[in-house]
Design a protein. Structure first.
Length: 133
């Protein structure tokens, strides 16, 4: 009988904040979350599309984890630094490096400048020599 479901191997990563990103279909889910976050910001704040992307970009600068059972070992690390147990140049990390670059598509001058700065900071912070772990 054909396999109807994807068999996901349980992740070796015990960090609840990042383990969900190792399962199949997560890249599509992540893109959808970004898109609906952008739509939510657009509808709640009644702002321009570029300003909405700027707000979505600002969410990516948070540190730590929302779970308290890790005893604070991730408090000084961004989500990027926690992902894939700190391994560099994994498929997930390459995908997440390309996403902010592709998101910066609103070319109106003041917002483009702010989004370009945010994207540069996001991408430079993802380089291996900037990683703490």
């Amino acid at each position: 009988m054909a396999k109807l479901y994807v068999q996901a191997v349980p992740p070796a990563d015990l960090n609840k904040n990042t383990e969900w990103f190792m399962y199949p279909g997560v890249w599509t889910t992540y893109i959808l979350i970004l898109f609906f976050s952008w739509i939510l910001v657009l509808s709640v704040f009644s702002c321009t599309p570029g300003t909405a992307w700027t707000v979505v970009n600002l969410v990516h600068f948070a540190k730590g984890t929302p779970f308290s059972d890790d005893q604070g070992i991730y408090n000084s690390l961004t989500w990027w630094e926690q992902m894939d147990n700190g391994k560099q140049l994994t498929r997930n990390r390459k995908f997440l490096t390309v996403v902010p670059v592709l998101r910066t598509t609103d070319y109106r001058h003041p917002v483009l400048f702010l989004n370009t700065i945010a994207v540069i900071v996001l991408v430079v912070a993802k380089l291996p020599n900037m990683h703490k772990a």
